[in-house]
Design a binder for this molecule. Structure first.
Ligand SMILES: [Zn+2]
Length: 659
């Protein structure tokens, strides 16, 4: 009985996880998934003899002391690079000479991640190894198990080795770096380094927390149900086995088709949420591949077309200092404006003062900036010149650029912090965070409004927002009655936001949206969170000692408690007011485009999630519905092309049962 239930749960969870992480098509809500997972975990704990290697509970690993070297059974070759259409045509000519018939090609995006080789025996995941030098790599099996796109068991009994690329989505990379900057930890140079750093963690529970995924692109089949004759078919086959493959793959007749593919993706790649640095072009027929063979370092039947680098040099005119909501002082490069990857860039990230020192950046230098995978460009190096040595070295500030208080450091962190809790810059940053999308999500109130309210002495802390009357807004520049009313209403309405948003908005150190949601899920009301001991807090999964202490400290500070009382007295509701999630829209993916009249897109997204549905920012064949408001964008065209169902606002409201 118990074994049957365990098998059932295991199979169900693996199916849901496959649909979510590989097909990007969730079938059930996170809530339902978690419940099944907890049930399985409990059953396995009491009946350890039934734990099998493909159980989803085996994805959370332990600590490995180091990574063993592992000799690859099949060598991982590198690829020869090509940089323009001429070189591609020459390569194709050489290929054609050796083959008897027409040579079709397969074009795939070259993902800028970490190459790995995975072996499966009898359908079960056995080892995962980094590329290394192609002959020997490191065994990181334990950590790869935490990557949900790596199947633990295939849909068929097969002996197979696949190669893939582990990557971190750009959005997750930016977020991880933001968190690291705020926590004074090391920042990663690019998503590839972040993925590699995450995979090489000794403690695989850290790897498990990082958002990593994988695209698979090569298979060496030793024993399996099918014997594909072409590369294209082998990709279709590994997809069938349960691997995630990149959707942007194309079979073309000849090299001209491949050149067009490269051209198309040279700019389109910036719309993807993962970094790509080129296109891999392979001969499709496997018998041709065999005939062509290898040079000493690379296959003759494949080539990598490299996109032009997204780097440019410009003059560093100044280093501006900002003070964030944690008090961390962050340097920003002010640049002579240049055009980079289609947009004008006049500022770039420098991360922190260690980075400035490492690069030896001096004001007046010519610097190289890069955009590639990052959303915000960054300074990557100083162009060597005589002039560089005549410029004064940059010295980090010793006082706050805004309030001139002394700067302090914190143990184990690279940041400098303003020591004045009443620093106007910190207060303003906290107010800006309060109204931001991630926190209270207030429309109509942006940084310039906050700046004015602050300077007029009307708002110093978030509680002051709620004391404003519509007339107060008329004191601001260019604000007329209508927008004054909008601002006022937007503030008043925010009182009814979910308590997790309120906690996020408080700017408690180390507590972002995810942590706030964890807290609320576990300890339903603000009172309970307020009274929780460090131990209780640290016991919540996903919240460690450091975060627990920070939360405890926040709720045991007199000033903060006074402010919380203030919020309670003006009608804030601190019970867990998230309606229980339902599952009416489970398994459905929505894409929103255009402007809705009855709600913002974010609100619509939240409603969809509450009913178990999922939202996505781009239309694909996995999209269930596109909700089109007024002035929809290109997403609508794409939906029409793919035959995705399009709903107008009224139809959408009907679906939500709100009409
Ligand atoms: Zn200051």
């Amino acid at each position: 009985m118990i074994k049957e239930r365990i098998d059932f749960l295991k199979e169900a969870l693996n199916k849901y996880s496959y649909n979510y992480y590989v097909l990007d098509n969730p079938l059930i809500s996170d809530f339902e998934y978690d419940n099944l997972y907890k049930e399985l975990e409990a059953l396995e704990q009491n009946n350890p003899e039934y734990i099998s290697p493909d159980s989803p509970t085996q994805r959370v690993g332990g600590i490995s002391s180091s990574f063993e070297e592992h000799k690859h059974k099949y060598r991982l070759y590198s690829l020869d690079n090509t940089y323009n259409a001429e070189e591609l045509r020459k390569w194709y000519e050489r290929v054609q000479k050796e083959c008897t018939g027409k040579v079709e090609l397969v074009c795939e995006l070259k993902i800028d991640g970490l190459a790995i080789a995975l072996t499966y025996k009898n359908g079960y995941f056995e080892t995962g190894v980094t590329r290394g030098d192609g002959i020997t790599g490191e065994n990181i099996t334990q950590n790869l198990k935490t990557v949900k796109a790596v199947p633990l068991k295939l849909f068929e009994d097969a002996d197979i080795e696949v190669r893939g690329e582990i990557y971190m989505p750009k959005s997750s990379f930016e977020k991880l770096n933001e968190e690291n900057i705020e926590n004074g930890e090391k920042v990663f140079a690019n998503p590839r380094n972040a993925a590699a750093g995450s995979l090489r963690q000794i403690d695989s529970s850290i790897t498990a927390k990082r958002d990593l995924s994988m695209f698979t692109y090569t298979a060496i089949i030793e024993r399996a149900g099918e014997k594909p004759q072409t590369h294209w078919d082998s990709i279709q086959y590994i997809k069938k086995l349960g691997f995630k493959t990149n959707p942007h793959i194309r079979l073309v007749d000849d090299i001209e088709g491949a050149i067009q593919f490269c051209k198309d993706w040279e700019t389109k790649r910036f719309d993807l949420d993962y970094a790509t640095d080129g296109v891999v072009i392979k001969v499709n027929r496997l018998d041709y591949q065999n005939e062509l063979g290898f040079t000493s370092r690379a296959p003759k039947w494949a080539t990598a077309f490299k996109f032009p680098p997204e780097e440019i040099s410009t003059e560093l005119k100044d280093i501006e200092l900002g003070v964030g909501k944690t008090g961390a002082v962050t340097p920003v490069a002010v640049l002579e404006p240049v055009n980079l990857a289609g947009s004008t860039v006049s500022r770039a990230s420098l991360h922190n003062f260690d980075e400035i020192k490492r690069l030896d950046v001096r004001i007046g230098d010519r610097v190289l900036i890069k955009k590639a995978a990052e959303i915000i460009p960054k300074v990557i190096k100083v162009i060597d010149s005589e002039q560089h040595y005549s410029l004064p070295e940059y010295t980090p500030p010793c006082e706050c650029p805004i309030c001139h208080s002394a700067l302090t450091t914190r143990e184990g962190e690279v940041n400098l912090y303003c020591s004045n809790e009443q620093c106007p810059s910190i207060l303003k940053a906290k107010l800006e965070y309060w109204v931001s999308k991630e926190a209270m999500d207030m429309d109509f109130i942006g940084p310039s409004v906050i700046e004015q309210l602050f300077n007029l002495g009307l708002v110093k802390n978030p509680l002051d927002f709620y004391k404003l009357s519509p007339e107060d807004f008329l004191k601001l520049d260019l604000v007329k009655e209508k927008s004054a009313n909008n601002m006022y209403t937007s503030i008043q309405e925010s009182k009814h936001k979910p308590v997790s948003r309120f906690i996020t908005a408080l700017s408690i150190r180390h507590v972002g949206k995810e942590t706030a949601e964890l807290l609320v899920n576990e300890l339903s009301s603000l009172d309970e969170i307020k009274n929780a001991s460090v131990e209780t807090l640290a016991n919540i999964e996903g919240i460690g000692e450091k975060i627990a202490q920070s939360i405890y400290y926040y709720f045991h500070n007199e000033e903060n408690l006074k402010m919380l009382e203030g919020f309670a007295s003006i009608g804030f509701n601190f019970e867990n007011n998230i309606q229980n999630k339902t599952t009416e829209l489970a398994g459905k993916t929505f894409v929103l485009t255009g402007t809705l009249t009855s709600m913002t897109r974010d609100e619509a997204g939240e409603k969809i999630k509450q009913k178990g549905g999922k939202t996505s920012s781009s239309v694909s064949k996995n999209t269930s519905f596109v909700i089109a408001g007024a002035n929809p964008g290109s997403k609508l065209d794409k939906a029409e092309k793919l035959g995705v169902i399009i709903l107008n606002e009224e139809e959408f409201l009907n679906m939500l049962g709100e009409n």
